[in-house]
Design a protein around this ligand. Sequence first.
Ligand SMILES: [Zn+2]
Length: 255
Amino acid sequence: MEFTWLGTAGFIFKSQEGEIAFDPFLSRGKGEASPFNAKSFQNTEAILVGHGHFDHTYDIPDIVKQSEVKVFAPGLTGKILNIRGVPRDRLLLANNKELLLKNLKVRAFHSAHVKFDMPLVMSTLHRCGIMGCLGSCHLGVLYPKGLVQTYLFQSQGKKILFMSSAGATDPELKIYRDLEVDYFLAPLQGHSQIQAIAAKMASIIKPKVIIPHHHDDFFPPLSQNISVDVFREELKKLNFNGDVLEIPLFKSAQI
Ligand SMILES: [Zn+2]
């Protein structure tokens, strides 16, 4: 099986059982240009959307136009994608009551978004300037977060957990621990202490392998690179004894 990291929280996952994608964001503003485009999803069965923010949903209408892909999204995010041009017959509700895709046993869980903290807000203001931040305000208004979903799927006997934002509560994390996750796709974005937050989450879930994501400079100056080395140090402090698999930006890993 193969993971391709599209940058931000975006992945394409391929295996004998099928091909799915998560939160593709290809536009990237002034960030390093993506080698992927809407046509990169022609063999993808479904896109699973974690939440509605622009860096998780902006490019989906264009991708849907260029492919046969269907889109699973939480309620409000699905409605907004429909307004933005995704036809109703391509949109499915990412509810957490049933398997969403049988071949990869995809399930959704109610999750939560990490809360932006004051040091992060201040450093973002400093990078963008007041006018830059006001200019980016429309992104927050037009792309509300809505419900946040985390997804679990299975392939070749392995359980893989995709989280779009690091806001899960301890009870939610314990559900994942009890499910015995093999691969945890951990988002490193949205808080000045995000490495410590994600490390604590991983120490509760206890996956065999962590694949960090969302740590690239995906939309500067709103974003900045987040250090995976600091994340490794935080994991060490918590005696995490699994592995960290760092996929380079826009590259694939066979697992
Ligand atoms: Zn977000």
